[in-house]
Ligand binder design. Structure first.
Ligand code: FES
Length: 156
């Protein structure tokens, strides 16, 4: 059974038409699939592989460069917490401990209600406001456990 259908399929075809070599559309296609499905499943990777005539392994290698791409479902609010040295030395470790203790949120997991999920990621380019997190598409910095709690409490 086909997995990528409807608007997603239409948008993929449109994006491919913009490139001389359709393989160049890989990254935008991955973004479309993640936007529409919340993550990029094994089935989606298989279909993208067929559409672009690219080996699955080549598609999967893109995930190691772009930590915003997910191969697994995420919570409604996906928290990407920077684990690089600048953030960790400025309180990032305390943020991880806080999420673990107060939200029972382990890296790579979800809260029971699927509201939050957590990944520890490499530098998210916000070192000047370390420690920093990205929640969905938005960055937050100069965080303490209290500030992070305030942000999370305001998310519906
Ligand atoms: S080291 Fe954390 S954002 Fe760069």
């Amino acid at each position: 059974m086909k997995f990528l259908t409807g608007e997603t399929e239409k948008n993929i075809k449109e994006i491919m038409g913009r490139y001389e070599d359709p393989k160049s559309a890989l990254l935008p296609i991955l973004h479309i699939v993640q936007r529409d499905y919340g993550y990029i499943s094994e089935e989606a990777i298989g279909e993208i592989s067929e559409i672009l005539a690219l080996p699955k392994i080549e598609i999967k290698s893109v995930f190691s460069f772009y930590t915003m791409l997910r191969e697994k479902p995420a919570g409604k609010y996906h928290i990407q917490l920077c684990r690089n040295v600048v953030c960790y030395l400025n309180g990032g470790k305390e943020l991880v401990d806080f999420l673990r203790e107060k939200y029972e949120l382990e890296p790579g997991s979800f809260t029971d209600n699927m509201k939050f999920s957590l990944s520890l990621v490499e530098c998210i380019g916000q070192c000047e406001i370390a420690p920093a997190v990205q929640i969905n598409d938005k960055f937050y910095g100069n965080l303490t456990p209290e500030k992070l709690k305030n942000i999370l409490d305001k998310l519906e």
